[in-house]
Design a protein around this ligand. Structure first.
Ligand SMILES: C[S@@+](CC[C@H](N)C(=O)[O-])C[C@H]1O[C@@H](n2cnc3c(N)ncnc32)[C@H](O)[C@@H]1O
Length: 220
C-alpha cells in the first residue's frame, strides 16, 4: 500500500498526470463515448473502472434499479443505462455530475444524477444493484479531486459508508472493487463492525496487481 501511495504521489507520475490531464480527455466503452474532466477520476489511467465495466457487461440489468455511488466519469452508469437499468449516479464532485449529464445527452442515454456525500442526500434507499469503486488510500483529501483517491486518515469514508449501508439502505446486490494495494483487512474490519461481510466474486490481476470485486452481504 505504501508503495502505491508513493506511486500516486511520485513527482514523475504527478507530472505525467498533469500533462495528460490538463484538458478533458476522451474515453469510450461498448460504443459509449465520453469526455472526462481533469478534476474527475480518470478511467484511462487506472484499471478499476474497466474491470467493473467488464463485470457488469454480461449482467441482465433490464428494469433494475442501479446506483453508482461515487460515479466519477459515470461511464459505468451510462453502460448500466444502455443495458436498460434505471440509473441513479451520485458523487460529491459537482464537476463529475455536470460532465456526466452532458455525456448522457450526447450518447442519448438516461441517468439521474445527484450530488451527495455518500447516502446523505439520496432519498429512495432501495436498490437492486449498488456499485462502488471507493477511494481507499488513508490520507486526508485536500480537495474534491483528491476525494477520488483518499478515504481520510482514519478511513472515515468507509466508517460512514458501512454504517449507512447497514443502518438505512435496502439492497439486493452491492458490489465493491478493492485492490491488494490497499488495506483490505482494515476495510473489511470496518464492514464487520457494521454486520457486513465481504464475499469475493471475481479476482483479476493486471500488471501484477490483484483486484477483487466483492459482494457486500448484510448479516442481520
Ligand atoms: C475511485 S473513484 C471511482 C469513480 C467511478 N465510479 C469509476 O469507477 O470510474 C471514487 C469516486 O467517489 C467519489 N467520492 C469520494 N468520496 C465521496 C463521498 N463521500 N460521497 C460521494 N462520492 C464520493 C469521488 O469523487 C470519485 O468520483
Amino acid at each position: 500500500m505504501r508503495q502505491f501511495l508513493k506511486k500516486i504521489t511520485h513527482p514523475f507520475l504527478k507530472l505525467g498526470l498533469k500533462f495528460y490531464y490538463y484538458k478533458p480527455r476522451k474515453y469510450s466503452y461498448d460504443g459509449i463515448k465520453i469526455l472526462v474532466h481533469p478534476d474527475v477520476f480518470p478511467p484511462h489511467l487506472t484499471f478499476s473502472t474497466k474491470i467493473l465495466l467488464d463485470f457488469i457487461l454480461p449482467i441482465d440489468l433490464k428494469n433494475k434499479t442501479f446506483l453508482e455511488l461515487g460515479c466519477g466519469s459515470g461511464i459505468i452508469s451510462l453502460l448500466a443505462s444502455k443495458k436498460g437499468a434505471k440509473v441513479l449516479a451520485s458523487d460529491i464532485n459537482e464537476i463529475a455530475l455536470e460532465f456526466l449529464n452532458k455525456n448522457a445527452t450526447k450518447n442519448n442515454l438516461s441517468v439521474i444524477t445527484i450530488q451527495s456525500d455518500l447516502f446523505d442526500s439520496i432519498e429512495n434507499l432501495n436498490f437492486d444493484y449498488i456499485l462502488i469503486n471507493p477511494p481507499y488510500y488513508p490520507k486526508k483529501p485536500k480537495n474534491r479531486k483528491e476525494q477520488a483517491w483518499f478515504c481520510g486518515e482514519n478511513f472515515e469514508y468507509f466508517e460512514t459508508l458501512f454504517y449507512q449501508l447497514s443502518s438505512k439502505v435496502e439492497f439486493q446486490n452491492t458490489f465493491m472493487i478493492l485492490s491488494e494495494d490497499c488495506e483490505i483487512s482494515k476495510i473489511e474490519s470496518i464492514a464487520l463492525k457494521n454486520n457486513l461481510y465481504f464475499k469475493i466474486l471475481k479476482e483479476r490481476t493486471i500488471f501484477k496487481e490483484k483486484n477483487y470485486i466483492y459482494s457486500i452481504i448484510c448479516n442481520k
